[in-house]
Design a protein around this ligand. Structure first.
Ligand code: FAS
Ligand code: PHB
Length: 393
């Protein structure tokens, strides 16, 4: 039977970042991924990184291209009632955020780990985890029609919301907290110059809109759409017209449009699984929690989980101490729930929940308060850039 220290299920950002960090500390792992390398790299997802995530990618030795190509942002705009107000992130917190697409992070991790001898098995099927409540867990899987099994010390469930690891936990051993939002985000990628140098979050009676980017020549835009909406009902021109209608007129007039190179509709949900640890199995990233993307927390929470888990595993192997492993779940959940609170608050503030004039007036009152009160702006800013580790755990 094959043997390794840590079996990591999932080769997304959580799985590969964990594998890369462990290897830099001499801890071997095997990563099992159901899809192909190209499929995982091609997924268009997150775009905004907290400083903690940037630091961790650098610590993993995969931050060089991000340092060259990432766009460092010191603020963003909130648009409502035909005007825009800038939230001065750096002035309010001394911190910044970086725009660098998850696709690029995946490529950097693939190059750093996979292209340098990292053991990733792509295209696996029927992954089964066993013995995670014992000191000798095992993971079996089918690859090229052959059933295989790996014995290990620990299993990291980095297999996302739809993965197998969380679903392997008996329902009486896990507590699920979940909220689905009554709308989706329709996202578009286009090789056109972004509308603005910084992100713009727009509250409008027609629905939420977000103007983001991937580079100075590639734009990323989102608009709130109904849950049952389809890509087919959104030809490019309709998307661009709707986006313009939700922005202040001066911004709309500057919008540069072009053909969509990617278009997708994603549901919004809040989801937390408690605890995040089951014996020798640790749930990481989207396998344990999902936040609505309004606060740009999903990928950053995953990175924070990886940081705590890899450091705890190093302490286990180097110092023989399991204190940090024992604290993984409580520390992770403290951070997750604070990000869940912020993401939920920002989602409620910026989106339209049906035709409710009173609710919209309350949103406008809060947005006006936000722009007039330094204390309110600072609270938004410190959550957006990411709570300091000692604040969030
Ligand atoms: P992932 O889901 O990325 O990776 C899990 C991996 O496990 C996948 O490669 C999957 O193929 C594999 N896997 C699953 N089951 C398996 C099995 N049984 N066997 C083997 N492998 C298995 N976050 C933001 O911050 N901002 C955003 O704008 C944003 N937009 C998003 C849009 C969409 C459509 C989605 C789905 C998510 C978005 N997110 C966003 C969140 C996203 O970025 C996640 O936080 C991030 O991908 C988390 O990474 P992982 O935890 O690695 O999970
Ligand atoms: C993105 O660029 O994909 C993005 C940025 C900020 C968000 C959500 C998505 O809050």
């Amino acid at each position: 039977m094959q043997q390794t220290r840590v079996v990591i299920v999932g080769a997304g950002p959580s799985g590969l970042l964990l594998a890369q960090l462990l290897r830099r500390h001499g801890i071997d792992s095997v990563v099992l991924e159901q899809r192909t390398r190209h499929y995982v790299e091609a997924r268009i997802r997150a775009g905004l990184l907290e400083q903690g995530t940037v630091d961790l990618l650098r610590e993993a030795g995969v931050g060089e291209r991000m340092a060259r190509e990432g766009l460092v942002h010191n603020g963003f705009e909130v648009a409502f009632e035909g005007r825009a107000h800038r939230i001065d992130l750096h002035g309010l917190t001394g911190s910044q955020v970086t725009v660098y697409g998850q696709t690029e992070i995946q490529r950097d991790l693939d190059h750093g780990f996979v292209d340098n001898g990292g053991d990733v098995r792509y295209g696996v099927e029927q992954v089964v985890i066993e013995g995670y409540e014992s000191a000798h867990p095992r993971v079996s899987f089918t690859m090229d029609g052959v059933r295989q099994e790996i014995a290990c010390d620990f299993i990291a469930g980095c297999d996302g919301f739809h993965g197998v690891c969380r679903r392997s936990i008996p329902s009486d051993a896990i507590r699920i907290y979940e909220r689905a939002y009554p709308f989706c985000w329709l996202g578009i990628l286009a090789d056109v110059e972004p509308l603005s140098d910084e992100l713009i979050y727009a509250n409008h009676v027609r629905g939420f809109a977000l103007c983001s980017m991937r580079s100075r020549t590639r734009s990323r835009y989102y608009i709130q759409c109904p849950v049952n909406d389809t890509i087919a009902s959104w030809p490019d021109e309709r998307f661009w017209d709707e986006l313009r209608s939700r922005l202040p007129s001066a911004h709309a007039a500057r919008l540069i449009t072009g053909p969509a190179i990617e278009k997708a509709i994603a549901p919004l949900r809040s989801f937390v699984a408690e605890p995040m640890r089951f014996g020798r199995l640790f749930l990481v990233g989207d396998a344990a929690h999902i936040v609505p993307p309004t606060g740009a927390k999903g990928l950053n929470l995953a990175a924070a989980d990886v940081r705590v888990l890899y450091q705890a595993l190093v302490e286990h192997y180097r110092l023989g101490s399991d204190t940090a492993l024992d604290e993984y779940s409580s520390r992770g959940l403290a951070r997750v729930w604070k990000a869940m609170r912020f993401s939920g608050w920002f989602t409620m503030l910026m989106h339209q929940f049906g035709d409710d004039p009173f609710a919209h007036k309350l949103q406008l009152a809060e947005l006006n308060y936000l722009t007039e009160s330094p204390a309110a702006s600072q609270s938004l800013a410190e959550n957006y850039v990411g709570l300091k580790f000692d604040q969030s755990t």
